[in-house]
Every structure is written in structure tokens, then in C-alpha cells.
Design a protein around this ligand. Structure first.
Ligand code: NAP
Length: 253
């Protein structure tokens, strides 16, 4: 069993829920977060069979009061916070960069970028003091997107929010070294509620923007689990500031 405590934001569905199930199976204690309590309770039920500790923290990652309280409560209840996965996010609505409203732009940046920054800020302040944890005092993993690497027409501000998250990863990696590692993953097209769980919608989208995976299939939520398992484990201890695509080969580095 692995008694490390891992916070996964946006773990009431999709990739975050898949990560929670995988990491619970590996014996980590999981802290679930999202805005909808019923979805978190559903995830919690799925983790029951793994006999690990589960905490639910319901709230909005773009709200600094909530994030600051959530991190304090985690430390009070669990003593240590070993890793944070900044996975909470919302998708673009398929609007041109000229037509997207100011309100929609702000919401995308607030949740996808500011939310990850706030969680990293408050979690980072706690992790840096965890001197008893060796060799690292904590790990931060950001869930960006291939849309943060290559511009995606129709979801342009989503692309900008995910590109900002990539730069946040690099800045945090530099500022928090050598105590805390910070890496990001860039998923491609995975069947989750962000795409209405509809593989055809995804295929139409990649055809429309001419960005298809070399592996010629839509991803599952579970397709990101291997890299997440590696990034929270000690096997990735000599890795920081890295941006890893897990996208079936939509983008090539
Ligand atoms: N699916 C893909 O193909 C794909 C590709 C690239 C990147 N991603 C990224 O992967 C992450 C997970 O997405 P997904 O595909 O798994 O979609 P999803 O099922 O919609 O998951 C997103 C989760 O984030 C939560 N969330 C949204 N806003 C939040 C907020 N302000 N505070 C806290 N939680 C919030 C949502 O729950 P509530 O609404 O209940 O809060 C939801 O459970 C996102 O960051 C997304 O951009 C996904």
C-alpha cells in the first residue's frame, strides 16, 4: 500500500475520475474535488473497493477563498500533501476568436489557468514546508492539452488557456526546484463529458481542423492513466518542467 495523499481537481468525471480510480488501485489516498458534489460521491463509491482514504472537497478552483480553505483543510486532515493534479477544466464552445464573448473568455481563463495557478500557489506553499518528505517535498502535475501546443481554430481561447498552463508549468518548475517537481500532460481527443461522451463529435472536430491522431482512434479517459501513474511515482523524481503529449500522435515534438 502507498500512503501518499493526492489531490485531483475535477475528479467527478472524465479523465480526473479515471485517474482517481487508477491511483486508488495503486494504493494512494485520494482527495476528490469538483463543483458538483453528487459526481464526487459517485467517484467516491467507485473507489470504495480499494480500501484507501478518500476526502471530498466540493468547490470552484477559480475561487481563491475556496482553494485556500481546501488546502488548509487537507493539511489539517491528512497532515501531508504529496501530489496535486490540476485537472479541472472546461472546454471551448466552438466560437471564432472574433466572436467569443468577454464573459466566456474570462470563464475559460479563470477555470483552466487561474484555477491551476491558485491550487499550485496554496499547495506549493504547503509542500515547500514538508521538509521531512525526501527526496522531494511534493509534485504538481498540470493537465494542459494538445490545444495548448498547437492552435485549435474554433476553440482559440481554450488553446490560449492551455498554453498559459504550459508556461505556468515551466515557471513553477523553475521557482519550486529542487524541492517540488512540476510537469504537464497534453491529452488529445478523449471520450469524456467535455466532448459530450460522443466519439463522432470528436472525429468530426478533428476532420474539420485537419488534426487527426496517427494512431487513428479516439482516446479513452483511461489512456492518460499510465503517464499519470508514472508522474506521481518516485520513478519520475528526476523529471521537472516537462510537457508530455498523450494524444495518439496528433502533435509531434
Ligand atoms: N477530453 C479530452 O479530450 C481532453 C483533451 C485535452 C485536455 N483535456 C483536459 O482534461 C481535463 C479534464 O477534462 P475531461 O475531458 O475529463 O472533461 P470533464 O469530464 O468535463 O472533466 C472536467 C471536470 O472538471 C470539473 N470542473 C470544471 N470546472 C471546475 C471548477 N471551476 N472547479 C472545480 N472543478 C471544475 C468538472 O466538474 P464540475 O462541473 O462538477 O465542477 C469536471 O468533473 C480538462 O482540464 C480538459 O481541458 C481533456
Amino acid at each position: 500500500m502507498n500512503p501518499k495523499n493526492i489531490l485531483i481537481t475535477g475528479s467527478g468525471s472524465g479523465l480526473g475520475r479515471a485517474m482517481a480510480i487508477r491511483l486508488a488501485e495503486e494504493g494512494y489516498n485520494i482527495i476528490l474535488n469538483g463543483r458538483t458534489e453528487s459526481k464526487l460521491i459517485e467517484t467516491e463509491k467507485m473507489l470504495k473497493k480499494f480500501h484507501i482514504d478518500v476526502l471530498i472537497k466540493t468547490g470552484d478552483v477559480s475561487d481563491s477563498n475556496f482553494v485556500s480553505s481546501m488546502i488548509s483543510e487537507i493539511v489539517t486532515e491528512k497532515k501531508e500533501l504529496h501530489a496535486v493534479i490540476n485537472n479541472a477544466g472546461i472546454g471551448g464552445k466552438g466560437t471564432s476568436i472574433l466572436d467569443i464573448s468577454e464573459e466566456d473568455m474570462q470563464k475559460l481563463m479563470d477555470i483552466n489557468f487561474k484555477g491551476a495557478w491558485l491550487v499550485s500557489k496554496y499547495a506549493g506553499k504547503v509542500m515547500i514546508t514538508q521538509r521531512n518528505l525526501k527526496p522531494l517535498r511534493g509534485k504538481i502535475i498540470n493537465v494542459s492539452s494538445i490545444a495548448g501546443l498547437d492552435p485549435m481554430p474554433g476553440i482559440g481561447i481554450y488553446s490560449c488557456s492551455k498554453a498559459a498552463l504550459i508556461m505556468l508549468t515551466k515557471v513553477l518548475a523553475k521557482e519550486l526546484a529542487p524541492s517540488i517537481t512540476v510537469n504537464a500532460i497534453c491529452p488529445g481527443y478523449h471520450v469524456t463529458p467535455i466532448y459530450n461522451n460522443d466519439p463522432t463529435l470528436i472525429q468530426n472536430f478533428w476532420n474539420a481542423i485537419n488534426m487527426k491522431p496517427l494512431l487513428r482512434r479516439v482516446g479513452t479517459a483511461e489512456d492518460v492513466n499510465g503517464i499519470i501513474s508514472f508522474l506521481v511515482s518516485d520513478d519520475s523524481n528526476y523529471m521537472t518542467g516537462q510537457i508530455i503529449s498523450i494524444c495518439g500522435g496528433v502533435v509531434l515534438h
